[in-house]
Design a protein around this ligand. Structure first.
Ligand code: NAD
Ligand SMILES: O=C(O)C(=O)C[C@@H](O)[C@H](O)[C@H](O)COP(=O)(O)O
Ligand code: ZN
Length: 357
């Protein structure tokens, strides 16, 4: 098992990564301070794993709330339903939410925890690769709105992250690949050695071999934990974790959150950001080629589907949270491991990379 930490003054928390952690309740139960627990999960994950979690909750006053499955259910209305479930539990300020699921469950349950009585504890129990390497760490919680992705939310850190890698055995292949996009992203932003390691281990990772998989999860989490510890609320460096996301979120929103998975949209978004960096003279074509090749070997898409007009995607990008006073701020790069925040990116150049061919 690997143990990492997010270091925040007075609110530091552990990230545990490895097999058998769901059954190791002696470890994670110590994170629960009160007697009341609401487990938030979904209709796919709960039948697989809620019974194992329940064994560790014996003696506590707990209930569960199950979301319907999918990104389209990461909504404000469902936050309201979780809050109602907390009301039915009679949740006090020392109650705790346990988020058992992928990034949709984790983001939404975390946001509900931030709202109930202005903030109660929650624990992230990620069950997808994407949630283990990214969404469970760092305290970004929230929901989608029809006009844009993650536009309502709060920074609210969990008490801890319990990433039981055994749970990945039931994860569908397409979801596994999508999680790999966020692993590649971490390396592409700031860790060229990790990128080279991913290139060397791409076949083993694509084949879901356990040892390199656990190493990849731990390396990505260590990278993200460092960034979050230095810049919890995205005043600067943390924005780099958005590489590929301004494009990716526009692609997800244009498809009403149902055409493409988050990780797939991010993979395409990173390639578009790399091409834009080339066009602006910041990076060379060789770096884009390495990125495209690695994503391709991991089974990820690297080209937009062409289903949505470039003008529509550009319009959606204008509502990105990183923009200010009419200025498009994007995360671009100077090559592998060297991402930068760039303001005043000319819209014509953005449109150029969005246009097909
Ligand atoms: N907060 C953050 O920092 C952050 C970071 C990255 C992504 N996100 C968000 O995360 C979301 C995407 O998360 P995701 O990729 O985990 O998607 P998801 O939560 O929709 O889960 C993917 C699918 O896998 C299923 N599933 C989950 N665990 C399973 C398991 N062990 N076995 C079988 N099936 C399983 C789910 O039911 C779902 O169908 C997006 O909303 C994205 O915006 C947030
Ligand atoms: O943790 C972060 O910071 C990230 O940006 C991680 C992203 O992978 C993630 O998709 C996040 O939800 C995006 O946040 P947003 O603020 O751009 O909506
Ligand atoms: Zn992401």
């Amino acid at each position: 098992m690997e143990t990492l930490h997010v270091d925040l003054a007075g609110r530091s928390y552990p990230i545990w990564i490895g097999p058998g952690l769901l059954g190791d309740s002696a470890r994670w139960r110590a994170l629960i301070r009160g007697r009341q627990v609401l487990v938030v999960s979904n209709t796919t994950v709960a039948p697989l794993y809620l019974h194992s979690l329940a064994k560790g909750l014996e003696g506590l006053h707990w209930s569960s709330f199950l979301l319907d499955d999918g990104e389209t259910h990461k909504t404000f209305a469902n936050v309201g339903r979780v809050l109602e479930a907390l009301g039915e539990l009679g949740a006090r300020r020392d109650a705790c939410i346990v988020a058992l699921g992928g990034g949709v469950v984790g983001d939404l349950a975390g946001f509900a925890a931030a709202c109930w009585m202005r903030g109660i504890d929650f624990i992230q129990m990620p069950t997808t690769l994407l949630a283990m390497v990214d969404s469970s760490v760092g305290g970004k919680t929230g929901v989608n709105l029809p006009v844009g992705k993650n536009l309502a939310g709060a920074f609210h850190q969990p008490r801890g992250v319990v990433a039981d890698t055994d749970l990945l055995r039931t994860l569908p292949q397409r979801e596994y690949r999508a999680g790999m996009a966020e692993v590649v992203k971490g390396a592409a932003i700031g860790d060229p050695d990790f990128f080279a390691w991913l290139e060397a281990n791409a076949d083993a990772l694509a084949a879901r071999e356990q040892a390199p998989l656990i190493e990849a999860i731990a390396r990505k989490c260590a990278y993200k934990a460092g960034v979050v510890s230095r810049d919890e609320t995205e005043q600067g460096e943390r924005a780099l974790l958005n590489l590929g996301h301004t494009f990716g979120h526009a692609i997800e929103t244009a498809g009403n959150y149902s055409e493409m998975l988050h990780g797939e949209a991010v993979a395409i978004g990173m390639v578009l950001a790399a091409r834009l960096s080339e066009r602006l003279g910041m990076a060379g074509a060789g770096d884009t080629a390495r990125l495209v090749a690695l994503l391709g070997r991991l089974g990820l898409p690297t080209e937009p589907s062409g289903q949505h007009p470039a003008s529509r995607l550009l319009e959606l990008m204008r509502l990105d949270k990183k923009n200010s006073a009419g200025t498009q701020r994007l995360i671009l790069w100077r090559g592998i491991g060297k991402a930068e925040i760039v303001a005043h990116v000319p819209e014509a150049a953005v449109l150029d990379v969005l246009l097909p061919g």
